[in-house]
Write a protein that binds this ligand. Sequence first.
Ligand code: GLU
Length: 300
Amino acid sequence: MSAGRYAPSPTGELHLGNLRTAVLAWLFARSTGRRFLLRFEDLDQSRVRPGYAEQQAADLAALGLTFDGVPLVQSTRQERYAEALTALLPYTFECFCTRREIAEAVSAPHGMPGRYPGTCRDLTEAERAMRRQRRAPAIRLRGGGTETATDLLHGTITGEVDDVVLRRNDGGTAYQLAVVVDDADTGVDQVVRGDDLLDATPAQARIARLLGVAVPTYAHVPLALNADGVRLAKRDGAVTLSTLARHGIGAAEVLTMIAASLDLARSGEVVTPEVLLGRFEVSRLPREPWLITPVPHQAG
Ligand code: GLU
């Protein structure tokens, strides 16, 4: 059965921008009769903090968002990722680059910011054997060419496929692989997420095709920005449910703020997600970022 999902990384509390994306993902899924799943993307253990998955789930529930089934936790799924990686191995190469080497190559003349510079793409077996003695390789997709996907807000998106990491050099599964495997395994055919991930889509579509699974339909939604026009972050002030609650702003009021930002409610109007569902129309959604002037952190 078809499904949508919200897939936060439990690295901290959800802020208003995250919560708005979650509300949108719920609306997109429920308005099209889909199941709605929660998934915790906790593969980067250096950033994950205990307790945040539970808090994120509680915050989403406080807004009135409902999920089907139990949340999927990526760190429990290593066997599935290993299987998928094995299937993809013919389309990969070993990469021995450090972050710094990539940054240097990318900033050189003709470097392409944000893309892998291709350093290890065509190493000989002898070169690889030598490098393996000094550093464990990451495994990258042998990208190139373009992929196309359908986005309900951006139309047809076509982009070049980058040589994204599938397995990190510490042996951990990379997000790019896990996201495709998880969506496919759980019947997710509609992916609603922040538009900062627009550029990741061609590579994910390629991975899906190589694995022989369907490419989902996407909706990349605008992010929340702070007063400086920079992506909202927790340091911007009271932007999480717990900090807003300390200012006397409860979850119901936050839902109203989010709904108002989507032109789905008047400011101050009491709403529920079900009420918003009756008003939700993709074609009428604002396409610009949500500009937030956060309540400052309380001193002391
Ligand atoms: N875990 C990612 C994030 O929190 C979302 C990935 C996705 O929705 O595909 O930004």
